[in-house]
Design a protein around this ligand. Structure first.
Ligand code: F6R
Length: 604
């Protein structure tokens, strides 16, 4: 989703910082970019459709040494990705500039009102109403007061920054749902939509809460509510290693993030087990709370939803607590029935997914207990849920989720074990198996060369099927999403036993089928389903329990050591991620920033 960066310094040069900060936010996905500087009573503005390299060509002509400015990477919501629609946007006089993330829901009505009052608009965006409202409310004289008045007129979920050429030593930042964080430097301060934009400059930071605004000057940050009442805010230190946010020598972030999973799993499990048992408190919940749970309702989107499906199988099998898993965008509008004793659990990498957040807010309004499995510390979901377990996967930069998914499953496994114990169920001895996963993962990743051949073949196909049963079916769903989103190949996941109810009709000579067979109890049945597709000419590639590999009548086998079937999704995810990655590479796609997908989907 859109990226926001602001800089205000004693005498620093805003331009290079803003450009570098926008670069750091590239992973969020964008289609246009721009920068505005407050200089000599005027706003210097450059913006363009396309990638930051295109903006880089334009900014050479901007004034140097200007100490205040804002920048933006836009992912189009209202209005096509054009130069005009790119941010920043200015008022009629060109002396107030704003950048914005999120949606102004009532922009049509505001725009009409402003046009009637003589304002001239030059874009199709919802954003442009903001600078015109600021102009209307005296922003040239006092931008802070104008922001307070304008904000009362806005409806929606958004964050924006405003600068005025007449007050070139301050940035006004507003947060209404969409995230904004502030970095505290020595003789400059920074505002951004996430920490990675300013990690190279400072590790001291503070978070702007929902419904707050901040006036940021070179040497101070004044946080207040929208009525102007001062809000106390603690600063904290960000402990992310900046190198964690870089590619580390790999050609793409996605490959780096796939390869680092064994280490990340270690981080995720660290301190969460002791003497063969789960340390419940490290999951952000108490044993008493776990004992009281009668049902779990998972809400999530995309890959996180698929992790939820794996979690359902784990929790139901281990703890015998019923689990429903819902796509967040559906759940929020289905007038859900919340039964007493239900824990509403959100799963999210970013912690900013609008639909998932809406479900948690709905559950809270209904008096339900909420729990979040989140990667991003300081995210809205982490702050708005009653309890949180972090996945500790580190920054996931590639838009396609990989390490966030496997760590979500790890946390769900820990939770299933803790829940089983708290509910008085026999506790299977899975902890050692969990601790073995990093080594097994390393081993699998070192033996995946053959996947290149499959990827090359798949890259020339237009359709592929993923089949499996039980946990393998849940994993098949994630496998097909990865192929769709980065290689742009049509893919379908099918419960292997469901194929014969119609879909077999689509299997022809040479149709690629990826079969996953790690569930021992149903392995024979899965093998029968493989025979069915083989009989119709399918080319079958199988990710299988290594003990079964000889029995399988398939074209290629990727063996997985299945020491403990319940833990196999984490390991079996690796070849599926790699298959998608190399297929996308063979097709020449922009792997880290696939089309039409943003890292953090903060609009519905
Ligand atoms: C898939 C992907 C998306 C996200 C989904 C939820 O690779 O990245 O499907 O999984 O948008 O995002 P989070 O987990 O941030 O809530």
């Amino acid at each position: 989703m859109c990226g926001i960066v602001g800089f205000v310094g004693e005498q620093g040069d805003a331009l290079p910082f803003i450009y570098a900060g926008l670069k750091r936010l590239e992973y969020r996905g964008y289609d246009s970019a721009g920068i505005a500087l407050a200089s000599d009573g005027q706003i210097a503005l450059k913006k363009t459709r396309g990638k930051l390299e295109a903006l880089g060509q334009l900014i050479g002509g901007m004034p140097a040494g200007v100490p205040c400015g804002i920048g933006h990477t836009r992912w189009a919501t209202h209005g096509r990705p054009t130069d005009e629609n790119a941010h920043p946007h200015t008022d009629c006089t060109g002396t107030i500039a704003t950048v914005h993330n999120g949606i102004i829901e009532n922009f049509q009505e505001l725009r009409q009102w402003l046009v009637e009052r003589g304002h001239h608009f030059s874009s199709d965006t919802d954003t442009e109403v903001i600078p015109h409202l600021l102009e209307e409310y005296g922003g040239q004289e006092d931008v802070v007061q104008a922001v307070q008045k304008a904000e009362r007129r806005l409806k929606g979920a958004y964050a924006f920054l405003a600068i005025s050429a007449r007050e070139p030593n301050r940035i006004v930042a507003v947060r209404r749902s969409s995230p904004l964080v502030i970095g505290l430097g020595e003789d400059a301060n920074y505002v951004a939509s996430d920490f990675s934009a300013f990690l190279a400059q400072t590790r001291r930071a503070m978070v702007l809460e929902n419904g707050e605004m901040a006036v940021v000057t070179p040497d101070a940050v004044h946080v207040m509510d929208m009525a102007g009442a001062v809000q106390r805010r603690q600063e904290f230190t960000i402990d992310w290693d900046i190198r964690q946010a870089e590619r580390g020598g790999y050609p793409h972030f996605m490959l780096k993030e796939i390869m680092e999973q064994p280490d990340v799993w270690g981080d995720c499990l660290l301190g969460r087990t002791s003497g063969g048992a789960v340390v419940v408190e490290e999951l952000g919940i108490t044993r008493e709370q776990l004992t009281a749970i009668r049902r779990i309702q998972v809400v999530a989107a995309g890959t996180a939803y698929h992790a939820g499906l794996v979690g359902k199988a784990l929790i139901e099998r281990l703890a015998r607590v019923p689990v429903d898993v819902a796509v967040a965008s559906e759940f929020r509008y289905q007038q859900p029935v919340f039964e007493p004793g239900t824990l509403v659990m959100a799963i999210s990498q970013s912690g900013e997914t609008a639909d998932t957040l809406a479900c948690i807010n709905l559950a809270r309004q209904e008096g339900m207990k909420t729990y979040a499995i989140v990667n991003t510390v300081g995210s809205t979901l982490a702050r708005e849920s009653d309890a949180v377990a972090f996945t500790h996967a580190g920054p996931e930069i590639a838009v396609a989720s990989t390490k966030a998914y496997t760590t979500q499953i790890l946390v769900l496994t820990l939770l299933a074990l803790a829940l089983a114990e708290a509910q008085g169920r026999a506790r299977p001895d899975l902890v050692q198996g969990l601790l073995n996963l990093p080594l097994l993962g390393q081993d699998i990743l070192s033996r995946l060369d053959g996947i290149q051949t499959m990827a090359e073949r798949l890259s020339g196909q237009s359709d592929v099927f993923y089949i499996g049963r039980g946990l393998d079916y849940a994993l098949a769903m994630e496998g097909q999403l990865k192929i769709k989103e980065i290689a742009y190949i049509h893919a379908e996941a099918y419960a292997a036993g469901e194929l014969k109810h119609g879909t077999l009709a689509l299997i022809e000579d040479g149709t690629p089928v990826v079969a996953i067979v790690t569930e021992r109890d149903v392995a024979e049945k899965s093998i029968s389903n493989i025979l069915e597709v083989k009989a119709r000419g399918a080319e079958v590639w199988a990710v299988v329990d290594e003990k079964l590999q000889k029995e399988l009548p398939v074209d290629h086998v990727i063996p997985i050591p299945v020491l403990e079937p319940l833990l196999s999704p984490v390991l079996a995810a690796l070849p599926l991620q790699m298959l998608a990655y190399w297929t996308a590479v063979h097709r020449g796609q922009d792997v880290d920033q696939p089309r039409n997908l943003a890292k953090s989907v903060t609009v519905e």
